[in-house]
Design a protein. Structure first.
Length: 167
């Protein structure tokens, strides 16, 4: 029988992504997101619990996450769990950290919300860091406030508004 290691989360970034490079030159980006769970206790009082998730992205996805994501952005994440271990230099104790390795991410806040938070959006920043200028074939209607979706690993100069989906 096969097994499944799949994580799907929707949450807000708790900090700006931090990108660095491996000795081999691969980009790696770390950040965290918060998810909230709400319920009513036995007395009918509303309760809320926040869970923090550690995320890691590699290569092109890492570069895109570093470019487009900022603290406070609402994101959809797909990935898998990985636990790594190392020996602490000071105590010689074995340490563990479980992270979600990102396979796909999508920005879910609207363009207006993202700009209000100072976040980069596909129509404001391109891969080169220059202002985004769509071709006539990709021309984006102005004034829309639907969520901008960017599949990690894809071309950041291509986008899709959720209002444009046929379903």
């Amino acid at each position: 029988m096969t097994s499944i290691n799949k994580v799907i989360l929707v949450g807000r970034l708790g900090r700006d992504p931090e990108m660095r490079f491996t000795p081999g030159g691969d980009a790696v980006t770390n950040f965290s997101i918060a998810t909230n769970r709400r319920w009513k206790d036995a007395q009918g009082e509303p309760r809320e619990q926040t869970e923090w998730h550690n995320l890691i992205a590699w290569r092109k996805i890492a570069e895109q996450a570093n470019q487009f994501l900022l603290k406070g952005r609402l994101v959809y994440i797909e990935g898998h769990l990985e636990t790594r271990s190392w020996e602490d230099k000071d105590s010689a104790k074995k340490m563990y950290r479980t992270e979600i390795v990102i396979e796909v991410f999508r920005m879910l806040d609207t363009k207006a919300e993202a700009e209000a938070n100072g976040a980069a959006t596909p129509d404001r920043v391109s891969t080169s860091g220059e202002p985004y200028r769509p071709s006539s074939a990709q021309g984006r209607p102005t004034g829309k406030t639907s969520p901008v979706v960017l599949a990690a690993g894809g071309d950041p100069d291509r986008y899709m508004d959720l209002d444009d989906t046929p379903f």
